[in-house]
Design a protein around this ligand. Structure first.
Ligand code: ACO
Length: 359
């Protein structure tokens, strides 16, 4: 049987930081509230576009795998913040990394998108339809932050992470997975202003995030905990076998409650939400990359991935790491340079938003 192992990993975090103390000057909030309710201390704000961050993370993952862009058969980009609706941002990534004439496709399952993309890439490699697949999660959620809504503005950040999938004869990669959705709950977490509905019955361009936070919170905890337990059982493993839980980073309290529901102590849970906030589809590949870099993943580690997001969608996977935890090489890929601070970027974006939506 052939498997689809992760052979490369990489991340791209834009340099501009927006701290909780910055939000204190932008709206009626406090560092204490944000930290206590979410675990977030700061987040990154991108000057570049989603495809730029995706391309840098992708180049770094290819270097870590020791392969060139020409070797890539397919780019799958999980994002709900593409540069444009058409073409998909994956095609822009293909061009930016110089991936020959590789296939390119966007996947939008909001915060669950990376696991969805990983499941699809894995299936194609295992079926022999593609040899080398670059799976990326990249988001520029700061575009949708509306500084007039303090309940959502403080939650989100920008970034990208990527992995390379290659065929393997030894068991590695996704060993079990589950994808799910409940479209009846579409309205409890939504961005309405950029689709076909907006032209008929809405405000085109009004792409602010609308969310019923408490409802999303409750469902996230039960759904993520239960889906993680099911993939573990499907892989024939139990809790004692789990080396690390890498959950979607939406809220530290959601992560803690999910881990408690599963019965995992914090030493087996990876968390970096304090530094980046919720980066939606980018959060799991960024977390995976940092977990390898920090020595939290060893050869053969069994890792539970689980996510939950707009749709509502959810996804979980049991990922067995391969033999290599050191990158083969490093990439010098960088984002286009920008000197704007996080505050300058977010203020400029808000002015543009208010001019176009409210004008
Ligand atoms: N600063 C200060 N006070 C605030 C802020 C803020 N930034 N935001 C809200 N509040 C206030 C509210 O107005 C409310 O005040 P009131 O009691 O006087 O009315 C109070 O804090 C409590 O508000 P709640 O919404 O009940 O707070 P809660 O504890 O539920 O935390 C939060 C809110 C952090 C949004 C939480 O519900 C949450 O994390 N939900 C899940 C969000 C999520 O994870 N989404 C993931 C998917 S995203 C995707 O798919 C793209």
């Amino acid at each position: 049987m052939s498997y689809a192992a992760i052979t490369g990993w990489g991340k791209c975090l834009p340099p501009a930081v927006l701290a909780n103390s910055d939000f204190e000057t932008l709206m009626d909030t406090t560092d204490e509230w944000i930290t206590g309710r979410t675990g977030i201390k700061e987040r990154r704000i991108a000057a570049a576009e989603t495809s730029d961050m995706a391309a840098v993370a992708g180049r770094r993952a290819l270097a870590a795998a020791g392969i060139t862009p020409d070797d890539v058969d397919l780019v799958i980009l999980a994002t709900c913040t593409p540069d444009r609706l058409v073409p998909g941002a994956a095609a822009m990534v293909q061009e930016k990394i110089g991936a020959g004439s590789a296939g390119a496709v966007d996947v939008n399952a909001a915060c669950s998108g990376f696991i969805y993309a990983l499941v699809m890439g894995t299936a194609l490699v295992r079926a022999g339809s593609a040899d080398r697949v670059l799976v990326i999660g990249a988001e520029k959620l700061s575009t949708w932050i509306d500084l007039r809504d303090r309940s959502t503005a403080v939650l989100f950040g920008d970034g990208a992470g990527a992995v390379v999938l290659e065929p393997s004869d030894v068991p590695a990669g996704l060993m079990a997975s589950e994808l799910g959705s409940d479209g009846a709950l579409a309205d409890i977490l939504t961005v309405k202003g950029s689709g076909t509905e907006a032209l008929v019955d809405g405000t085109p361009g009004d792409t602010r995030i609308e969310m019923e936070g408490r409802e999303v919170f409750k469902r996230a905890v039960t759904t993520m905990g239960d889906a993680a337990a099911r993939v573990l059982a499907a892989a024939g493993l139990d809790l004692a076998d789990v080396d690390l839980l890498v959950p979607h980073q939406a809220n530290a309290r959601i992560i803690d409650a999910t881990a408690r529901r599963l019965g995992l102590g914090e030493e087996r849970v990876f968390t970096n939400i304090g530094s980046y906030g919720n980066t939606s589809a980018a959060s799991i590949p960024i977390a995976l990359t940092e977990a390898v870099e920090q020595g939290r993943i060893a050869p053969g580690s069994d890792i539970v991935l689980v996510a939950f997001g707009g749709g509502l969608t959810w996804a979980a996977g049991l990922l067995r790491w391969g033999e290599r935890i050191e990158p083969v090489g490093e990439s010098s890929a960088m984002l286009p340079s920008s000197t704007e601070s996080g505050m300058e970027l977010i203020r400029r974006r808000q002015r543009a938003r208010e001019a176009s939506w409210d004008g």
